[in-house]
Design a protein around this ligand. Sequence first.
Ligand SMILES: NC(=O)c1ccc[n+]([C@@H]2O[C@H](COP(=O)([O-])OP(=O)(O)OC[C@H]3O[C@@H](n4cnc5c(N)ncnc54)[C@H](O)[C@@H]3O)[C@@H](O)[C@H]2O)c1
Length: 259
Amino acid sequence: MELQLDGARVLITGGGRGIGAAMARGLAEAGAKVAVADIDGGLAEATAGAIGGAAFPLRIDVRDRTSVRDAVAACVARLGGLDVMFNNAGIAQVRNFLDITEEDFRTVMDVNALGVLIGMQEAIRQMRLQGTGGSIVNTASIAGKQGYEPLAHYCASKFAVVALTQAAARAFGKDNIRVNAICPGVVDTAMWRLIDKGFQDNGLSKTENEAFTTFASGAVLGRPSKAEDLVGVARFLASPESAFMTGQTLLVDGGMVFD
Ligand SMILES: NC(=O)c1ccc[n+]([C@@H]2O[C@H](COP(=O)([O-])OP(=O)(O)OC[C@H]3O[C@@H](n4cnc5c(N)ncnc54)[C@H](O)[C@@H]3O)[C@@H](O)[C@H]2O)c1
């Protein structure tokens, strides 16, 4: 299948490592120009540097509207516009349900839900200004489809991503701005190493990798996910091959959750 990403102008948050970095690489390989944006500027630089001329790094804090606006402006200054926005940055926390504090809830919601709202708003403003349409791709999760007890506030934030995706798809279809979400399963990244440790710290698992292996065993395809498993769908949603799709939430989880 020919994916027409040649020259597509892409901004990806949380692009410094993990799923975002794999997507940035995969999109650049398909011909896109990619702004690799991360709160960790060093990670953004390393990932963009490894990709080469098709990428450049940006420091961004998705919780901060000025920072996001500046990143969109930098993308426009460098590439002449913005065609595709990946709102991928996210954080996770493991807490027993009764131990989740207001601060925990706000911390997770600020990055995963408010950060996605701000990213969508600033990208859509720019796309409407251009009048060229566009594609927004949000990273949700299987946790945006099911509640998992030791990750309740994380799940709430990912359900919020699904809701924001659907609402924006309805609002901006008339501008030919498509809004979809990807739901990864159990992906072997730094985030899952943190979750795995969180299970141990909360007495929910005994040994390293126990929680990771247990959760990943729910995938009917029989293995945990690698970040690269998300690249094909990322390319598809960024490209005109998905031109008639909007408001959708695609599970790419090896068959953990059937929807
Ligand atoms: N790893 C999984 O199993 C899994 C499963 C489902 C969904 N997800 C989601 O996929 C996305 C990427 O996860 P990952 O596994 O690659 O995690 P990761 O921790 O490896 O990467 C996340 C990146 O986001 C950046 N980031 C964090 N807060 C930020 C902020 N405020 N502003 C800008 N950047 C920020 C981090 O610096 C990091 O580079 C997240 O939204 C996550 O919730 C991950």
